[in-house]
Ligand binder design. Structure first.
Ligand SMILES: NC(=O)c1ccc[n+]([C@@H]2O[C@H](COP(=O)([O-])OP(=O)(O)OC[C@H]3O[C@@H](n4cnc5c(N)ncnc54)[C@H](O)[C@@H]3O)[C@@H](O)[C@H]2O)c1
Length: 407
């Protein structure tokens, strides 16, 4: 199937595009800058430019489209900009897909519309599934609610073609190896301090598992996906202890129903995707961290005598992503429960240093980010402090050459 992926150079897009290509799809990536993806036809385009989405899809004529592009981090830009950018972009891309007669169109939403970032929020039921009431508490979550409704609108005009998914906290291959996650801290740090993962209710998903989900979604019967949404998460919680043991201290909004989340059970249910699409995730944090630690082990002797790469940013100069990756993976493996280190690293591996990545987040000049600083940049967090980062919507001045092939 010829599949166009918007936002293909992003945290999720890189793994999704290469993963779909590895599964046999002909993938065209649409982004403002290429990421050097193996097996992906990357086109440079600013989809927010007037007419750009229509021109791109009229040229490409894909069988399917997955829309990821947008501002992906709550409070990373002024609230109004997030709302207008995400909703307008989604509307324009989906409208262009409808006009071009694209047979399957899948848009990225988020779990945040459920509303758990609000201090007043209480879970209506646990586990949380797609029937849970929505209560968006910031412009990002609201933009996703609008995107979901936009999907339903187009589903009425093109039955069997449109749907959306709610990816949980995305962890890309390099992040298992220690690169900073969306919040700036590593997976190891997120596990070591349950307060970090509690802000998203311990949800996560391996970015490559999202490719498997999209593949299943594309192959599903029309009535299984028509205007529907799916949580896409791991089969376990991103926590070293059962959520049943953690919720009282770290996520009291879940309430006593969370007492039933014993073992490794996640807060978000993925039963709908399993039952309707036959999809289940194949990766979990224990095996991925063990595999990453095993992969990095041979590099250990190169460490200078007495030096520690997992020193919590004690050095004055920023660490490289590679150094960071090795150290954090080792720390994580030591902290996690022992598991088999034989898990496959998968077939779709994104570039080690993605375009636009901010590798200095872990080691800010003033030292490690505090829990509060990290939490504010998370998917679904309380209101932030400090200046908004509008880079996502301003760094596009030269990227309007719709359809130009760059890689
Ligand atoms: N990362 C997560 O944990 C997570 C969780 C839930 C939902 N999501 C959603 O998944 C999608 C992808 O998230 P991500 O983490 O990969 O985001 P990201 O910020 O890493 O990537 C977004 C990509 O979209 C591109 N883009 C933005 N505006 C564009 C435009 N006008 N034209 C062309 N390209 C444009 C950017 O260049 C970037 O490569 C987003 O819609 C996000 O809201 C992500």
């Amino acid at each position: 199937m010829r599949v166009a992926v918007t936002g293909s150079s992003g945290r999720l897009g890189r793994s999704l595009a290469t993963g779909l290509a590895a599964l046999g799809h002909e993938v065209v990536g649409l982004d403002r800058a290429p990421a050097g993806l193996v097996g992906v036809d990357e086109r440079t385009v600013d989809l927010a430019a007037p007419g750009a989405a229509v021109a791109a899809l009229a040229d490409l004529r894909p069988d399917a489209l997955v829309h990821l592009a947008g501002i992906a981090v709550p409070f990373s830009a002024p609230e109004r900009d997030i709302l207008l950018t995400n909703t307008a972009l989604a509307h324009d891309v989906l409208a262009a897909a409808a006009s071009a007669g694209v047979g399957r169109v899948l848009a990225a939403s988020s779990p945040t519309p459920v509303g758990y970032s609000s201090p007043a929020w209480r879970a209506a039921a646990v586990p949380i599934d797609e029937t849970h009431p929505l209560a968006p508490a910031n412009a990002y979550a609201l933009s996703k609610v609008v995107i979901e409704e936009t999907v339903r609108m187009f589903a009425r005009t093109a039955p069997g073609a449109f749907g959306f998914f709610r990816p949980c906290y995305v962890i890309s291959p390099e992040e298992w190896a220690g690169a900073p996650t969306q919040q700036g801290h590593t997976v190891a740090e997120r596990l070591a301090d349950p307060a970090l993962a509690a802000v998203s209710l311990f949800n996560y998903v391996d970015a490559r598992d999202v490719a498997g989900f999209v593949d299943a979604w594309l192959a599903a019967p029309a009535d299984a996906i028509d205007g529907e949404g799916f949580f896409v998460g791991a089969a376990d919680a991103l926590a070293e202890r059962p959520v049943a043991e953690l919720w009282r201290e770290f996520a009291p909004a879940l309430g006593p129903a969370a007492d039933d989340l014993g073992g490794t059970a996640p807060v978000f249910s993925i039963a709908k995707a399993r039952d309707r699409l036959g999809w289940s995730p194949t990766r979990d944090w224990r095996s991925e961290l063990a595999a990453a630690a095993a992969a990095s082990a041979p590099a250990a002797p190169a460490t200078p005598t007495g030096a520690r790469l997992d020193d919590g940013c004690a050095a004055s100069s920023p660490r490289t992503r590679r150094e960071s990756a090795h150290s954090a993976a080792g720390t994580a493996a030591a902290a996690s429960e022992p598991t088999a280190a034989t898990a496959s690293a998968g077939t779709a591996v994104a570039p080690a240093v993605p375009t636009g990545a901010r590798i200095g987040d872990e080691c800010a000049p003033s030292g490690p980010r505090t829990r509060r600083e990290s939490a504010h940049s998370a998917d679904g967090e309380p209101a932030p402090t400090g200046p908004a980062d509008t880079s996502t919507i301003t760094a596009t001045t030269t990227a309007t050459n719709t359809g130009t092939r760059t890689a």
